[in-house]
Write a protein that binds this ligand. Structure first.
Ligand SMILES: Cc1ncc(COP(=O)(O)O)c(C=O)c1O
Length: 572
């Protein structure tokens, strides 16, 4: 294992489930005079902040925090603008809410560089004037996060504020920001050879293809490298059509498979659609969503957490699955010709909000698709590379073997890359013409991706996904039981969705404004998460697979506090 940035056990962990009023204060009282001057100052401010506070608790928390800061450039003196990068609880929300109520961020020994670049205002001006206007639309936070540096599960903004990154650049930073081992592999290759093309034979490409193939079951052994997930899915569509001689492709409603003109047809989410002719030959079928859909019960999905819906299905029998398969059959009967090219499905829907299907759905769907001449394609862009914890690939959790697997995001820990892996038979059908891609298989990308595979195995990332993911899921389920507005908690490993509702009975999505309030509050307390779902109603937690149990506890406390704050503001 790599040195982990947080130092477990350096402070007494507080149970996040404790209601704020009933904390037992276990920290040791420390003399604040021996602390860093800025920390002393803050300690005094905090003490005078509220006469209701338990003084020894405040001092001890301050001491603990300053201990974490001591000797670090982050807590600079002699500057009016000091950075409190190690202490989220001293950041804005700490001033807004009673400090004893604000969760404490685990320490981190990594020192980021001091930011000396352009001002935030200047960046926003350029963003408005010269950048793809879409970037303004998806700035995401009312007060944007100006990121500057990353290390493992941590991000720092230009002011030196530290964030626990639980979104990983949309499930992309698989092993950790600037992971030292992967960075070293990239540096080594950058000094040796940046680019040639795959018409020449160079070792990094071949080492990588052999290594990646070893992670896939037979007959999935032929690899096409690409530069992104959309490109991988485009290629898979083309290959499926050429191989089968059929044209129609089926995907789930609510899915996201890319934003290129072709993959927009696979994607089934109005937010990404344009009023132009698109999606010729693409049909969306009902997503077997056991929480939001018409059917679902208490043991449908492969997750440590089930929905709160009830069912009386006997063991080994799932009525919801039968109903959803019935819907797929309806699609075959009404919307496509009797021969189809492909069925695309994510093992767990990503952008759709970590939606999981009934356990045997994919098995049965694959059988029906193959009966109609189609190939089955698993989009592992989000679920691959150990993220689901129990398996390296999401499809393995469904007990199926696809004919093609598409991947991107986590494949390169943030380095632009993607791949399609298929069978020699399908590859042969594609071989009639020429397919060429200048950057695919780039030596640096291959060196990075190769190192990512090694790192996943050396760091035990998949095992971390399972352990921390199971913990997060089961603890989040307790919050679901506590709060009326948490409708569902689901997922596997570090692919987690928390669906927010107006109330449990209606399951109506929580409004975008309410989602934003909670989202913003979580960020102010130092945690970055994502949002998804057709109505933007689901929080998405997909961190780098190096987070610790202490990080999980910190997030749980932050999330608990944010939902609590929201309910309190609503008088709930
Ligand atoms: C499941 C899935 N497939 C494909 C894509 C498209 O990948 P890219 O953004 O690299 O083109 C995404 C992107 O979010 C995705 O989540």
């Amino acid at each position: 294992m790599l040195p982990v940035t947080s130092q477990p056990g350096s402070q007494t962990a507080r149970s996040w489930t404790d209601p704020p009023e009933t904390h037992t204060h276990t920290h040791t009282h420390t003399n604040t005079k021996s602390l860093h001057p800025v920390c002393q100052l803050l300690g005094r401010w905090r003490e005078s902040d509220s006469s209701l506070l338990n003084m020894s608790y405040v001092k001890s928390r301050t001491a603990a925090r300053c201990g974490a800061l001591a000797g670090r450039s982050l807590c600079r003196t002699g500057s009016a603008k000091f950075h409190l990068a190690s202490g989220a609880s001293w950041q804005k929300s700490a001033f807004k809410y009673p400090s004893y109520d604000v969760p404490e961020m685990p320490p981190c020994s990594f020192k980021p560089e001091e930011y000396k670049g352009m001002s935030k205002e200047h960046m926003m001006e350029i963003r408005r004037r010269n950048c793809n206007p879409m970037t303004m639309k998806v700035t995401y936070y009312k007060k944007p996060v100006f990121t500057h540096q990353g290390y493992m599960q941590w991000l720092w903004d230009v002011d030196g504020k530290r964030y626990l990154d639980l979104f990983a650049g949309v499930a992309t930073v698989s092993v950790g920001h600037c992971h030292p081992k992967v960075t070293a592999a990239a540096e080594k290759q950058l000094k040796r050879l940046w680019h040639t093309t795959s018409i020449y034979v160079y070792p990094t490409l071949h080492e990588y293809c052999e290594k990646l193939a070893s992670y896939l079951p037979d007959p999935l052994k032929v690899i096409y490298l690409t530069n992104s997930g959309s490109e991988a899915n485009d290629l898979a569509m083309l290959m499926a059509r050429l191989h089968t001689g059929n044209y129609d492709i089926i995907t789930f409603r609510g899915s996201y498979h890319g934003g290129s003109p072709q993959t927009l047809g696979l994607t089934s989410n109005t937010a990404y659609k344009y009023p132009i002719a698109n999606g010729l030959g693409c049909t969306n079928t009902m997503c077997p969503d056991v929480f939001r859909g018409p059917w679902g019960g208490s043991h449908c999905r492969d997750s440590p957490v089930q929905t709160t819906r009830e069912c009386s299905c006997a063991q080994g029998h799932c009525m919801a699955n039968e109903q959803y398969i019935g819907q797929l059959k309806e699609t075959f009967a009404t919307s496509v010709p009797n021969r189809i090219a492909a069925f695309f499905g994510e093992p767990i829907q990503g952008v759709g909000g970590a939606v999981q299907y009934p356990k045997n759905y994919l098995k049965e769907a694959y059988r029906l698709v193959r009966e109609r001449g189609g190939v089955c394609i698993a989009d592992e862009v989000q679920t691959g590379f150990g993220r689901t914890g129990t398996h390296f690939w999401g499809f393995q959790g469904h007990g199926v073997i696809p004919d093609m697997v598409t991947m991107a995001k986590g494949i390169g820990n943030g380095f632009p890359m993607g791949a399609v892996v298929t069978t020699p038979e399908i590859a042969a059908s594609f071989g009639q013409g020429v397919h060429f891609n200048t950057f695919a298989g780039n030596p640096v990308a291959c060196a990075v991706a190769s190192s990512v595979l090694d790192t996943i195995s050396e760091d035990g990332s998949q095992q971390t996904s399972l352990k921390v993911g199971n913990y997060l899921l089961t603890q989040l389920a307790k919050l679901r039981d506590k709060y009326e507005i948490i409708g569902d908690v689901r997922g596997k490993g570090l692919m987690i969705g928390v669906e927010m509702v107006k109330d449990k009975a209606s399951r109506d999505p929580l409004s975008p404004e309410s989602m934003s309030e909670i989202f913003e509050d979580v960020k102010e307390m130092g945690v970055l998460i994502g949002k998804g779902g057709l109505y933007g109603q689901t929080f998405r937690i997909k961190p780098p697979m190096c987070i610790t149990m202490e990080d999980a506890d910190f997030f749980l406390a932050v999330f608990n506090k944010s939902v609590h704050n929201y309910m309190e503001r609503r008088g709930g």
